[in-house]
Design a binder for this molecule. Structure first.
Ligand SMILES: Cc1cc2nc3c(=O)[nH]c(=O)nc-3n(C[C@H](O)[C@H](O)[C@H](O)COP(=O)(O)OP(=O)(O)OC[C@H]3O[C@@H](n4cnc5c(N)ncnc54)[C@H](O)[C@@H]3O)c2cc1C
Length: 582
């Protein structure tokens, strides 16, 4: 939506958007910051993917919700608005992408955002004074602020990191600062509604005569002309899609932009004949552009959860299990836009290895068994291992059921009596790599998603340190004041982790943060690339991929601010390239 909205600012450019899901931009389930888990597993909102069994993680399938609606996963995400580091983006340049550096991308982060300062009370309670307003966008479409409804645990969060000597040392928006802090969320503070791609980019543009959005349009493949373009590249002429079982073709005069996300973009390319010759032949698909890199290089953030019992009197998401409580909260939100459904968590800690007490951990240096392109990625990760964030620590103020790794409906709640608090420790820069590939030429058959979690042994080593650090945080005041036994009494099913049992526990209960990336990597072709540094698919004259699948290397933190930034940049380049061609 970001690209379409920007391009149609020019009345001479017409854009048609094909979206498989429906428009839910007026739906409380999407707009309420506290209701997002209600959408998981529901086919009206969520593709509800699962990985193939993960052989390094107890053979489990891992759930992968993805937004199936206008605005995609920005409509179902947790509203965390956090940022990549400078090094993360500079790495993309180092890997061979010209004109990619933090300095060059920074204006586009700003372009997408309107930061809205909270009240003086919120600033003090949530310790938001770290914000440097000049670093933020102040007039972009996505509204971004702090939750103004929160409890004592939220207030305790930044103070706990302060007591541990690892409070945030600046505004992480600068791509440098590290430490524990309360992050912003993408919410309109006036009405307490999610601000996301559909409300922020689509709605203001929806009346333009040069923008047409077709919802319920399931793209089956991209169409190519059977002749070559000017530069010897294949021409994309449009797409075929189906609506309610009827198929249609739509023509594109200038460009086709594929933004179906890290799971569907490689799937659509392969269905269209772009991918590995062997795989396409096996599935009876004619090869249009041969490229073995399509669908490879899958990366994801995984995390380990640890659950605690809270002291009596602390309200948590567990209270929603009480029907009366939920109905009252729902009524209050619908009527006044306030109450427990008008808010969400915002507790982050971006921490380096020395900050979590693992300064002695040695990052891998021998990449002899890796391909040259992967070795280049590993080299950058290892060089910066001790200065970059190794983890993002965050919280869910409520119980989780980590045994339901493959079922998000059950994962974010418990059947237990009581109130709980869950700490999550995310592995920020994984070394494991996987893939997404079609299993059939039938577009309705989901692709095989295989992130190969923990296939690189270093990931387990690092995640173990992260899990042990979470326990230290939980035992530290003032957070520990709100946890039973000062952070030593676990939710049933969890137990004290130590050097001896932590690895087994992680293999069993690791979860995805639902951040798949990298499957149509922006890299030089010979280094594993699918698109070039201007998003153009290799071997084609006029097809670009613009979504998280082009990230060549996983950044720290949550992905959405980076997805908006690259989409803003892509729109500029599409306009620029169009002008050059005239
Ligand atoms: C549950 C969840 C929680 C998250 N929490 C956060 C968070 O708190 N903060 C954060 O920064 N990030 C978060 N993320 C990640 C972030 O939302 C995503 O990385 C980002 O939205 C990805 O954008 P994208 O454009 O690559 O793909 P998507 O947003 O997934 O968009 C792809 C779009 O393509 C459509 N599509 C797919 N296939 C087809 C087809 N065949 N035909 C037509 N349309 C199709 C989809 O329906 C969808 O609308 C979360 C993600 C999830 C799933």
């Amino acid at each position: 939506m970001t690209v379409a909205a920007r391009l149609t600012e020019d009345p001479n450019i017409s854009v048609v958007v094909l979206e498989a899901g429906n428009d839910h931009s007026n739906d409380t389930n999407v707009l309420s910051p506290g209701l997002y888990t209600i959408m998981y597993g529901d086919p009206e909102y969520d593709w509800n993917y699962k990985t193939v069994p993960q052989i390094y993680a107890n053979g489990q399938e891992v759930a992968h919700p993805r937004g199936k609606q206008l605005g995609g996963s920005s409509a179902i995400n947790f509203l965390f608005w956090t940022h990549a580091s400078q090094q993360d983006i500079n790495n993309w340049g180092e890997l061979g992408n010209s004109n990619w550096s933090w300095a060059e991308l920074d204006p586009y982060f700003k372009k997408s955002e309107s930061y809205i300062s909270p009240s003086v009370q919120v600033q003090s309670d949530l310790q938001t004074q770290y914000i440097e307003q000049d670093l933020h966008g102040l007039s972009g479409p996505i509204l971004n602020t702090f939750p103004d409804i929160y409890g004592p645990v939220d207030e305790a969060w930044p103070r706990t990191y302060e007591n541990l000597g690892i409070a945030v040392d600046g505004d992480p928006r600068d791509g440098l600062a590290l430490g524990g802090y309360t992050n912003t969320i993408n919410m309109d503070p006036k009405v307490h509604q999610r601000s996301y791609a559909a409300t922020a980019y689509y709605l203001p543009a929806s009346q333009r005569p040069n923008l047409r959005v077709i919802t319920g349009a399931f793209v089956e493949k991209i169409l190519f002309k059977n002749e070559y373009g000017k530069e010897g590249d294949v021409l994309a002429t449009g797409a075929s899609y189906s609506t309610n079982g009827t198929s249609f073709n739509i023509n594109a005069k200038r460009e086709v932009i594929l933004s179906a996300g890290s799971i569907s973009s490689p799937q659509i390319l392969e269905l269209s004949g772009v991918g590995s010759k062997k795989l396409l032949k096996k599935n009876g698909i004619k090869v249009v552009v041969e490229n073995e890199n399509v669908g490879e290089n899958l990366q994801d953030h995984i995390y380990v959860p640890i659950g605690y019992k809270v002291i009596p009197g602390i309200s948590t998401l567990d209270d929603f299990k009480n029907e009366t409580f939920f109905n009252e909260a729902y009524e209050e939100y619908i009527t006044n836009g306030t109450g427990p459904l008008a808010t969400t968590g915002a507790s982050s800690g971006l921490l380096s290895c020395p900050q979590i007490g693992c300064a002695d951990l040695k990052a891998p240096v021998d990449f002899a068994n890796s391909s040259a392109s992967l070795a280049a990625q590993y080299k950058l990760l290892s060089q910066n291992f001790h200065s970059e964030a190794v983890t993002q620590e965050l919280t869910v103020t409520g119980g989780m059921s980590p045994q339901y790794v493959n079922d998000t409906i059950k994962l974010f709640t418990t059947t237990l009596e009581g109130n709980f608090f869950t700490m999550l420790g995310v592995l920020e820069h994984p070394y494991s790599r996987g893939s997404v590939h079609i299993q059939s030429s039938d577009p309705a058959t989901y692709p095989a998603i295989d992130p190969r979690y923990l296939s690189h042994p270093f990931d387990l080593e690092v995640l173990s340190k992260i899990a042990l650090h979470l326990q230290e945080v939980a035992k530290s005041a003032p957070l520990s004041d709100y946890l039973q036994g000062n952070g030593t009494i676990y939710q049933e099913g969890y137990y004290e982790l130590n050097e001896g049992n932590v690895a087994d526990w992680i293999r069993k209960y690791l979860q995805s943060e639902y951040h798949p990336a990298g499957t149509c990597a922006m890299l030089p072709l010979e280094k594993g690339g699918v698109v070039d540094a201007r998003f153009k698919l290799y071997g084609t004259a006029n097809l670009r991929v613009v979504d998280a699948s082009i990230f060549p290397l996983m950044p720290r933190a949550n992905l959405q601010s980076l997805v908006y930034a690259i989409a803003e940049r892509a729109a500029d380049w599409i306009l620029e390239d169009g002008r050059c061609k005239k």
